[in-house]
Every structure is written in structure tokens, then in C-alpha cells.
Ligand binder design. Structure first.
Ligand code: ARG
Length: 460
């Protein structure tokens, strides 16, 4: 098939070259964005008198009919036409005749592909923000239902202090809130129009870039045509934002894997979101959470991949930049899949309050409160810490927990102890006592819940 750029060539391209350089197998993902950009470009060409209004209408009708085919999944793309831009241009010419060849007036594939990527990134950034919000709603629901659910809080994966399960869920809520903030901020840099930069230096046609920006709802245009065609920072940024989202997802997933294990039994995941073993009939595996955790690797890989592609590239467009696509497409699909599953997994997860409560009875996670008790009675905290440490050692050696000691035993360690120590060491009290702002006391959690709800409603 004749190439759209075949004029200066005397031979046809080697078949392997065609296959090696073609991007149509994956950039067909951009079909709608490509047509959207072309519709705006041709409208501007007509309005500026670069082509006639009649030609504009014919081209737009042709593009619209190709768009319909794309939407119905009927568009046939070919490797001979290399990429999505030339496939669509070829289809247009086949559909409406030589006038279709006027579409590419005053533009290059370089500013065209950059525009497609901006349109794609804008659409997907909004999708990811919405999906993150669904997860936040699920976290909020679990938090609301579990303000009084006590479980051990961990540091170093060692039992540290009792906390509310709501507090734990909300910790993730705030991570995703920051993730959304980063995505929203990135829209400022995504929403800038490259089209009109031409191949790299601008164009000789009297185009109106601002009109195209208006039509495509971009906030501004790139002020430098060379930067416009060679900038992929916004893709790197999206990959970095997505990588951090994956960090958060993998941490939550890891906790879900741990919590659903026989050892913890803090939660039970709904059957609909677990899978079985082909050999061990008793198994119920948290496969989705594991895979969510595991898929972090490919997303980090795509980030490093694109950074490496761009490093050391001379201005302006280089074919290397075609490598920006598969990584971000895969990343977006990976995140969409993960977030779509995580929301219902969280919603349907069974929180085993009794097991969690039981766990804080059988540990020393109230030790800090002994030290705090003594410090409040005037003993310097460092000394109080030392005394408490000795008590913990004594309790462990006598095979008791701190609440099993009697007042006599307490007094042997320090005369400041009185009968109210027993109340102070109950897990409920230990949790309630953390009244400082942002702490795990129910009253503080209620404040957090309100704030979280306001944030979510603000975004609507
Ligand atoms: N398929 C190309 C890409 O994705 C489009 C731009 C090609 N430009 C060129 N001058 N070869 O980067």
C-alpha cells in the first residue's frame, strides 16, 4: 500500500521495518482523541480561510463517520499505515476523496500525537480521580462502622498501641486524598495545547492556535513550538503519580493479606473476591489483594522506562518518543482494574471485631499508658519508661499481662500507683485517652470523619 509520505522514496519499505516502526497495534487506543483533535483543527482551518468552509464540512462529516465506526468497533487499522494518525487520514481520503488530504494542512504528526496524548491523559486523569473517590467512599463507610472497633496498632509489625479500626481505614483515605491532589494539580500541565507547533518550528499558514485550544477546552497553548512537540513531562508525571498510588494500594493490599491470614483473622474477604487452590481444598486465597500488590512492579517499571527513553534526547521530536505509549496505557489499565476491584472488596470485607478486640487483651500494648500514668504524677517520663520496662519484663517472666498484676505488685515498682491504674490500662481507655488532634480517640475520629466527608462533597 502506498505510504502517505512515499513521495521521496523509490523503493517500498522492508516488511520488518514496517512491523518494527508501526505503532498502530497500540496507538489505536488514541483513535477517538485523534479524531477529536482533527475535528477542531479542521474547524479552525476553515474559520481562518486556509481551506473553504465547504471543504471543512466535508472533512468533518468524513471524520464523524470514521468516529462512528471506531465507536462501533468496526474500524479496520493496518500496519502499512504505521500509526493511528495515518490510518485515520487514509480512511478519510478513502471515504471522501482527495479533499481529505487537506486535513493535514498546517500540522505535523508531531504536534498531532502530542495533542492526542494530552487529550488522553486529561480523560484518564479524571477517570482515575473518580475511581480513587469510590475507594475513599468505601474506606469512609468501613470507618464509620468501626469507630469503636479496637485492634492493635503496629510499629515494626510489633504490637504497639491499641487503635480504632476507623483510624486505620482513614489513614488510607488521606493517602488517596493526596493522590487525588497530585492528579488534579497535574491537570494544569496536561491542559495545555501543543497543536499548531507543526513539526517543530511552527507553520507558514495563518492558523489560530487559541481557537483550537478553545474548541478542545485547553486552558492555554504551549508558548514554544519545540517544547510543545518534545514535552512528555506530563506523561512522566502521570506515571509517577500512578506509581505512588500503587505504593498506597500495595500497602493496603499487604495489610489485607495479613489480616485475612489464619494468624491474624482480623478480616474475612468476601467469597466473590477470593479464589481457591487447585490442590488444597481448604484454601481461600486473597489473590486479588496479592495481585494488586504485585502489579506495583510493572507500574514502577513503566515510570523508569519512560524516564530512560527521554533522558539525553536531543530536541525536538525523535521516534524514541513513540515509546511513551504502551507504558502509560498499561499503567492506566492496571490502576483502573485495581481501583475498580478495591472499592467492592473493602465494602464487602467482614471486619471481625471480636478477634481484633481479643488481640489487644493478649499483649503489652498498654505499656505506654503505665509510663504516661507515672509521668502525669510527676515522675520524669524517662524514669517512668524505665520503671515500666522493668514491669513488662516482670510480667513476661511471671507469664502475665499487665492487667493481671495486682495493686501490690504495681506498688512494688513505684509508690505512685493507685487503684485507678486498672481503669487506665483497659484497651478502651487506652484508645480513648489519645485525645490529641489527629489521635485515635473516638471524639477525634468523629472530627476526622466530618473532615473526610466535607472533602469528598467538595469535589462533587
Ligand atoms: N507514531 C508517532 C508517535 O507516536 C507519531 C509521530 C510520528 N512523527 C514522525 N515524524 N515520525 O510518536
Amino acid at each position: 500500500m502506498a505510504k502517505l509520505w512515499g513521495g521521496r522514496f523509490t523503493k517500498s519499505t522492508n516488511k520488518l521495518v514496517d512491523e518494527y516502526t508501526a505503532s498502530i497495534s497500540y496507538d489505536q487506543e488514541l483513535a477517538k482523541e485523534d479524531i477529536e483533535g482533527s475535528l477542531a483543527h479542521v474547524q479552525m482551518l476553515g474559520e481562518c480561510g486556509i481551506i473553504t468552509m465547504e471543504e471543512t464540512k466535508t472533512i468533518q462529516k468524513g471524520l464523524q463517520s470514521i468516529l462512528n465506526k471506531v465507536e462501533r468497533g468496526e474500524a479496520k487499522f493496518s500496519t502499512d499505515m504505521e500509526d493511528i494518525h495515518m490510518n485515520i487520514e487514509k480512511m478519510l481520503i478513502d471515504e471522501i476523496g482527495p479533499v481529505g488530504g487537506k486535513l493535514h494542512t498546517g500540522r505535523s504528526r508531531n504536534d498531532q500525537v502530542a495533542t492526542d496524548m494530552h487529550l488522553y491523559m486529561r480523560k484518564k486523569t479524571h477517570t482515575l480521580i473518580d475511581l480513587l473517590e469510590d475507594v475513599q467512599y468505601a474506606l469512609l463507610e468501613q470507618a464509620k462502622a468501626n469507630v469503636d472497633t479496637i485492634l492493635p496498632g503496629y510499629t515494626h509489625l510489633q504490637r504497639a498501641q491499641p487503635i480504632s479500626f476507623a483510624h486505620h481505614m482513614l489513614a488510607y483515605f488521606w493517602m488517596f486524598e493526596r493522590d487525588k491532589g497530585r492528579l488534579k494539580d497535574s491537570l494544569k500541565r496536561i491542559n495545555i495545547l501543543p497543536l499548531g507547533a507543526g513539526a517543530l518550528a511552527g507553520t507558514t499558514f495563518p492558523i489560530d492556535r487559541r481557537r483550537v485550544a478553545d474548541l478542545l477546552q485547553f486552558d492555554d497553548i504551549y508558548p514554544n513550538s519545540m517544547d510543545a512537540v518534545s514535552d512528555r513531562d506530563f506523561v512522566v508525571e502521570a506515571l509517577a503519580d500512578c506509581s505512588l498510588i500503587m505504593v498506597h494500594l500495595s500497602r493496603l493490599s499487604e495489610e489485607m493479606v495479613l489480616w485475612s491470614s489464619q494468624e491474624f483473622q482480623f478480616i474475612e474477604l468476601d467469597d466473590a473476591f477470593c479464589t481457591g487452590s487447585s490442590i488444597m481444598p481448604q484454601k481461600k486465597n486473597p489473590d486479588v489483594s496479592e495481585l494488586l500488590r504485585g502489579k506495583t512492579g510493572r507500574v514502577f517499571g513503566h515510570l523508569v522506562g519512560l524516564l530512560t527513553v527521554l533522558k539525553g534526547l536531543p530536541l525536538a521530536y525523535n521516534k524514541d518518543m513513540q515509546e511513551d505509549k504502551e507504558g502509560i496505557f498499561d499503567t492506566v489499565k492496571t490502576l483502573e482494574g485495581a481501583l475498580q476491584l478495591l472499592a467492592p472488596i473493602l465494602e464487602t470485607m467482614n471486619v471481625k471485631k471480636e478477634r481484633m478486640r481479643h488481640a489487644v487483651e493478649k499483649d503489652y500494648s498498654n505499656a505506654t499508658d503505665i509510663a504516661d500514668y507515672l509521668a502525669k504524677k510527676g515522675l520524669p517520663f524517662r524514669e517512668a519508661h524505665e520503671v515500666t520496662g522493668k514491669m513488662v519484663l516482670y510480667a513476661i517472666e511471671s507469664k502475665k499481662y499487665l492487667l493481671d498484676l495486682d495493686l501490690e505488685e504495681f506498688k512494688q515498682f513505684n509508690s505512685l500507683f493507685e487503684a485507678d491504674i486498672f481503669e487506665a490500662l483497659k484497651p478502651e481507655h487506652v484508645m480513648r485517652a489519645r485525645e490529641s488532634e489527629g489521635g485515635t480517640a473516638p471524639h477525634q475520629i468523629e472530627k476526622q470523619l466530618k473532615l473526610a466527608e466535607t472533602m469528598l462533597h467538595q469535589n462533587q
